[in-house]
Design a protein around this ligand. Sequence first.
Ligand code: SAM
Length: 252
Amino acid sequence: MTPGVPPDAGGEHEDEWNEVVRARFAPAAEHFAERARELAPQIGERAARLLAPLRGDERALDAGTGAGALALGLSPLVGEVVGCDIVPELLVEARTLAAGLANVSFSEGDIFALPFEDASFDVVGTIRTLHHLDRPEQALAELIRVAKPNGRLLIIDQLAPLDHQRARDMDRFERVRDASHARTLSDPEMRELFAANGLVVLRQEIEATERELEAFLDSAGCEGEQRERTRRLAPGPTFTVELGWYALERRV
Ligand SMILES: C[S@@+](CC[C@H](N)C(=O)[O-])C[C@H]1O[C@@H](n2cnc3c(N)ncnc32)[C@H](O)[C@@H]1O
């Protein structure tokens, strides 16, 4: 398989792609734990605003939890949170961060085949995961499967620029930096995907973040020739990325 080019079929190819994801994230588990610790409170604040009203007794899922950033952010807002991911090293960090929180647990699970019953969660979320998936539409269908009718989804991911050429350039840059990057969707593509799956957008926010190129390369362990190549493709020494936050309702 060509590094950075996700396969478009399931089965063996999907296993290969999951290996690419594990090779990327297992060595970065401590970095993701630091980020999760730092970001969980602000993720929780924004999630509370977007998902309001919450009763406080909901069962929530964070799929592609990493070191648990969204799961930890949701834990004070709901009755129970389960986080799942395919990288055991990240789950070890997530469990350490959640030590002492009685309502949070983590288990290994693939977003394409979630190990949960149909309609078993009131809130189903995923943050910064879709752009690592070769078939985001299939993952979304799986997230919808485990959401209760009238349950809410919280889909959060980096957005592609609206200009097609800039979007392609950005994906190329991201893939050279990180072989597990598949493709970012733009806001209209996200909305189209949600509409095609019968999801209604309840609220939406777009969060702009400034990125420092060198720190961004460090965070993916991008060194040597790969670092030089990525620098040549970078939009600049600093650049802005947008994170789309979508609170959705499953109406079917
Ligand atoms: C950029 S990280 C984000 C982690 C975490 N959600 C956060 O925001 O800190 C992408 C995550 O997606 C996970 N991931 C990628 N493919 C997956 C799959 N097929 N099933 C479950 N998780 C997956 C990775 O293991 C990784 O934890």
